[in-house]
Every structure is written in structure tokens, then in C-alpha cells.
Design a protein around this ligand. Sequence first.
Ligand SMILES: Cc1cc2nc3c(=O)[nH]c(=O)nc-3n(C[C@H](O)[C@H](O)[C@H](O)COP(=O)(O)OP(=O)(O)OC[C@H]3O[C@@H](n4cnc5c(N)ncnc54)[C@H](O)[C@@H]3O)c2cc1C
Length: 380
Amino acid sequence: MRLPNINGRWQIIFGLSPPYNRDVGTADVVIAGAGIIGLSTALELAEDGLRVTVLERERAMSEASWAAAGMLAAHDPENPAALQPLSNLSISLYPGYLANVEELSELKIPLRTSGTLQGSTPGHHFKAALSSEEVASRLPELHSAGRSFLWLNEHSLDPRDLCAALPKAATAAGVAIVEQSPITAVRNGPSGVSITTPQATYEAEHFINCCGAWAGAIASLPTIEPRKGQMVTVKLPSHLHLPYVIRTPELYLVPRGDGRIVIGATVEHAGFDKSVQETTIQTLIDDAVALWPPIRNAQIVETWAGLRPGSADGLPVIGACGPHNCWIASGHFRNGILLAPATARVLQEIILDKTPSVDLSPFRCDRFDSAAVSMAEVVH
Ligand SMILES: Cc1cc2nc3c(=O)[nH]c(=O)nc-3n(C[C@H](O)[C@H](O)[C@H](O)COP(=O)(O)OP(=O)(O)OC[C@H]3O[C@@H](n4cnc5c(N)ncnc54)[C@H](O)[C@@H]3O)c2cc1C
């Protein structure tokens, strides 16, 4: 429920009214959401000496960031062109980002693949396509079915490694992560922004909304919506090996380097539903067998679904959103794992009043329709 503007204060309330006699915490920055975007940003800011608190509705790294395939697909031809500068920045930051998280957490986050065979839609020919001999020498069993293929020097990681390491790294850097703390209200407070959870109120100079598919509820941005993705992991028999990611516009196979292969993923408009349908999983497997037949020998080991934060134009929303010192970083859709280091960097630059490393105008929150913008502006 949204309450109207009261005495010039910004107020979004859903569920609970703020109780009285509450604990009050203070921080330079309060971040909503302990997914990869919120925690990477928190880590970056804490390493700059800011006091950062992350409030998480459930458990850290338990939503989209847990569900992802983990491709760092900066050169996927399906990506919107406007994403390229942010993707390039992220790729350049990734080695240092992983080394830092590994050092702080004392946990390893190995790169699982170092190359991708990118297929076109059937009938389309990439300009820089590999010859059929080159494709066959990379992966003899690949069925092209009228597709052309590019070779991409691209990496992937297992997001479950990050789920273990990133909260540990952020905590080691001094970030306070408060789980089971859903934000119920955000309003202008005496020293900046006042953020309410059922247990406590936090006063902060800055507030950043990193709530992924749920970010629209806090920012009143109906254009951020969940995009469901169903996935399956299979295990190959030990005599078979897939060395690269195979990706087409409809399907990807992402090997983990230990015989497990993640096959994904659907892109569904299904609200916040995370159920897994057996028929959908079977279709993913059938399509994977058609592309790379050895998969027919694999056993299913896990199925799941996750909710990508989608936006109306497929681009993230990064920057000012709503009242003074309220910021947003969401809508990373299919590329949030790739884009986390760059998003954290540009948010750090914004908060510290520096010029962002990339032009953020394609990601402005007020680019959406006037209804959404005027809703956001009501809260001043
Ligand atoms: C099936 C699938 C495959 C994917 N594959 C890839 C891939 O290969 N490569 C890639 O780069 N990306 C991939 N993605 C996309 C990537 O996972 C997301 O873009 C990224 O994880 C988004 O991170 P986030 O931190 O914004 O969201 P999340 O990880 O969803 O985190 C948001 C957090 O906010 C919390 N929250 C919500 N509301 C509140 C509230 N009111 N108060 C406090 N906390 C709240 C949630 O509980 C959650 O923990 C994939 C996603 C899916 C689902």
C-alpha cells in the first residue's frame, strides 16, 4: 500500500505501519537487497571507508543471484547495444573483483569455462562465423541445424561459489548484513533517509534499492518486473566432456568443469511464481540433445527456477530514483552476474560525487513512461 505524501515527507508503506520505541541503526549507506548487485556495491563502498548496512528480506544471495547460469556474456549478440560500455567495464574489473572476494572470504571462485560457441538463429549467418571445419574441430558432435557459430573468448563461473564467498567477503570488509529484514518503508529522515523494517529503523545519508525483481515495489517503478527462468543441471558420464559453453538465442549449455552441465533457460512472464514444470524441463533437455547429442546420456541432478529483474526496455536501471540521496540499481535481467562489478563501481562513483566511468544516461530511472515517473515524483 502506498500512503500519500505526508507533511512533505516521502513515504512508501506496504504491510506494516512503523512501530514506535524501535531500535535505531545508523549508516552512511543503507542498501536494500543482498543479491550480487547489493553486496558487490556494499563491498565497494565499505572498502572506501563508508559504513554500509545491507537489509535483506530473506537470506543473502538466495534469489536470482543464486539461480543464474554464471555466463559473463559481454559479447552475446543478443545483448542490447546500449549495454556494451557497462559490459566492457565489468569484464575489465572482473579479475580484480574475484581476487578481492577470494582474498576477503578465503574461498575460491574458479572460472569454469574459457570459451563460448555462440550460435545464430537457424538460417542466419554471422559475418565472422567459424567455418564448418572450425566448428567441427572445436566440437565434433555439435549439430548446427542451419546455424552459424562464432567463437567468443568468454568466461563463466558457478554463481553458487559467489553465494558462499560474497557475503563472507562483504562482512570481512565491514559491511553489516541484516537478514530476515524486509524493508517496509523508506522516507526522508532527519539526517537523510529513514528506512524501516519490522525490527528496526535505520537512518542513513544514502539509500540504494538493489531489490532485483522486487525493486519496483520500493521505487514505484512498475516497469521492473520478474522474468522467470527455469533451469536444469545434468551430469555427464565420466567418459564425456563438454569443454565450452554452447549458446544460441533460445538455449545454453554451461559446463561446470566437473561433468555437470547447466541447461537453460526459459524467459517467462509468470509474476513471482518460481515453480518448476516437468514438461518445460523435458523440452530444455530435448532441445539440448538436438544441439549437442551426447547430452542424451546425462542424468538430471537438479532443477530450479529464478526471477530475473526485467525492465521494459531490457536495460538496467541505475542512478537517482525518487527523493534526494535515494538510488536504484536493478533491472539487470539476464546479465546481473556479468554486470555486478561495473554496477558497484559506478554506484560508488555516484555516491562519492565522482564522474561515473561510463555514461549512465541509457539507464536513467526517469526514461520510462510518464505515469511511472510521476509516481516516483509524488514521493518528494
Ligand atoms: C535462470 C537464470 C539464469 C541467469 N543466468 C545469468 C548468466 O548466465 N549471467 C548473468 O550475468 N546473469 C544471469 N542471470 C541474471 C542474474 O542472475 C540477475 O540479473 C542478478 O542475479 C540480479 O541480481 P540482484 O542482486 O539485482 O537480484 P537478486 O539476486 O534477486 O537479489 C535481490 C535481493 O533483494 C531482496 N529483497 C527483495 N525485496 C526486499 C525488501 N523489501 N527488503 C529487503 N530485501 C529485499 C531479495 O530477497 C533478494 O535477495 C540469470 C538469472 C536467472 C533467473
